[in-house]
Design a protein. Structure first.
Length: 505
């Protein structure tokens, strides 16, 4: 907590402890008493540290600021900078500082919003461009002087002027037409005080101005955006349309454009109607068809049309499209070009039906070999394919088919003696392996083969036990025979009837 200042000595102690800048910040609210500030000047005017505090303190009495400025040595730059930015510094002191030999002082003065037109008039012709650039951004700069700075020889000054929030509209037009591209760009990117001028730049059909409008951080008014979307410059219109929802007429215009770049741009857009996609699928440009094939929102009917075409590049793109439907993938699995089928084979979203087409319904075994190298878990081989793969020279391919139930006993017997342990291990896990052949693998030289055979055999026993348990559970239990024990006493009703009959006889 900052100590309360009651005397000049308290203030001196705090400046020594915290420094000039921290002490100034600490006493903006509530302000220091004028008496304390005058005492500080009277007692310590010969010490720069305390004089600098007074020069930087924004609530100093104006007459005290004038007193400091009138007797200030030009070499004491820090004190002069404090006075140049002090809102309490009187006009005559500010006018005196416009002629200060140090650029840093004039630079601080140029940022002071309390300057009068006289100081502005002096600084607008300052020899240092950084002083003029700072002056150009001063919120109190009179409009007539904006026109003077708009023709300044320094690009830095004109760019600083273009960044003003209250830039005069006529000055903005002048700067936007500057031969210096940096000045023109800064003006169009920053100007925001008049929407009619933004509309003027959009309607002038100057490509560089329209592109700069599209680079603005703030959202453009709707009429300005509409003008840019219909620009005669194709790149401008595509940039304006990008990222927004296209209307039907805009889609049709792009689809029928003679510029292939327009059609490529359209083919990349999401949620295109099927009618527009159909036009693009029949486009004369291979690049357009390829971009459409890579669109994640392509309609299935259009994708099937591309899959059945002769455009191999578009088909390759379609095969790599993560959004391609299962029906389209099925068509691609049957494509006569192995390269196309291989692109499908290396996808990670295939179903069992796709693997069936890739393995069992192709003329060559190229795709099946690649699936074997991927170690795909598949065993629904057709008998002919299984026999071809079983005699393949590559061990990984033979291992791939060793789990198939379509292998003949002769091939299984051959694979059980295969030189590759990987093949024998896969065969040992084959559920259709005969018990005789399975027991023969118990004596294999590779321990992993033995373990696989034993596990296969154990699974069969467990399966038989489960089936036996289910069979026993399904049979009805025999009903117990109802017999009367010899020691059982006759009921009371029967004994009574016998006695009654004896006496009646």
């Amino acid at each position: 907590m900052v100590q309360e200042i009651e005397t000049c000595e308290d203030l001196v102690a705090q400046i020594d402890e915290l420094g000039v800048e921290a002490t100034v910040r600490a006493h903006r609210k509530p302000p220091l008493l004028t008496r304390i500030l005058r005492d500080l000047y009277d007692l310590y005017h010969d010490q720069d540290r305390y004089l600098s505090f007074l020069a930087h303190y924004p609530l100093i009495p104006s007459d005290l600021a004038e007193q400091i400025a009138s007797s200030l040595n030009p070499e004491k730059v820090d004190i002069a900078i404090g006075l140049a930015g002090n809102p309490r510094c009187p006009q005559q002191s500010l006018q005196r500082l416009t002629q200060h030999p140090q650029v840093a002082v004039r630079h601080a003065l140029a940022a002071n919003p309390n300057l009068t037109p006289k100081e502005f008039q002096t600084l607008v012709t300052d020899e240092n461009e950084f002083v003029r650039a700072t002056l150009a951004q001063n919120s109190a700069l009179p409009n007539p002087l904006q026109f003077l700075l708009a023709d300044d020889a320094s690009s830095a000054v004109r760019i600083a002027l273009s960044e003003r929030k209250n830039l005069d509209t006529d000055v903005a037009v002048h700067l936007a037409n500057s031969d210096d591209s940096l000045v023109s760009a800064a003006t169009i990117l920053n100007f925001s005080s008049d929407e009619e001028l933004l509309q003027l730049w959009a309607d002038q059909n100057k490509q560089h101005q329209q592109l700069l409008l599209l680079r603005r951080n703030k959202a453009l008014p709707a009429p300005v955006s509409a003008a840019l979307r219909t620009s005669p410059h194709a790149f401008v219109s595509r940039t304006a349309l990008k990222g927004s929802e296209l209307s039907g007429p805009e889609m049709l215009y792009l689809a029928e454009s003679e510029d292939s770049r327009d059609r490529i741009f359209l083919a990349e857009q999401a949620d295109l109607p099927a009618s527009i996609q159909r036009l693009l699928a029949q486009d004369t440009s291979p690049r357009v068809r390829r971009r459409l094939a890579g669109n994640h929102a392509i309609h299935e009917a259009i994708a099937l049309h591309i899959a059945a075409s002769n455009d191999l590049n578009a088909i390759r793109t379609l095969a790599k499209n993560r959004a391609t439907s299962d029906a389209t993938l099925s068509e691609l699995c049957q494509h006569p070009d192995d390269d196309i089928a291989l692109l499908v084979a290396y996808r990670d979203d295939l179903a069992s039906d796709h693997y069936d087409l890739l393995i069992n319904h192709r003329e060559s075994l190229v795709v099946a070999e690649h699936l074997a190298y991927q170690e795909i878990n598949y065993d629904r081989f057709r008998e002919k394919v299984a026999q071809q793969l079983a005699i393949h020279p590559a061990p990984s391919v033979r291992a791939f088919v060793a789990r198939s139930a379509q292998l003949t006993e002769a091939l299984k017997n051959t694979l059980s003696k295969d030189p590759s342990p990987q093949v024998r291990r896969q065969l040992a896990s084959n559920p259709s392996l005969s018990e005789h052949l399975l027991r023969s693998l118990f004596n294999d030289s590779d321990r992993k083969v033995v373990f696989a055979a034993e596990e296969n055999f154990a699974q069969r026993i467990r399966k038989q036990q489960r089936e036996q348990t289910q069979t026993d559970a399904s049979q009805p239990e025999p009903k117990p025979e109802q017999t009367t024990s010899k020691a059982e006493r006759p009921r009371k009703g029967a004994l009574f009837n016998k006695i009654a009959n004896f006496f009646n006889d």
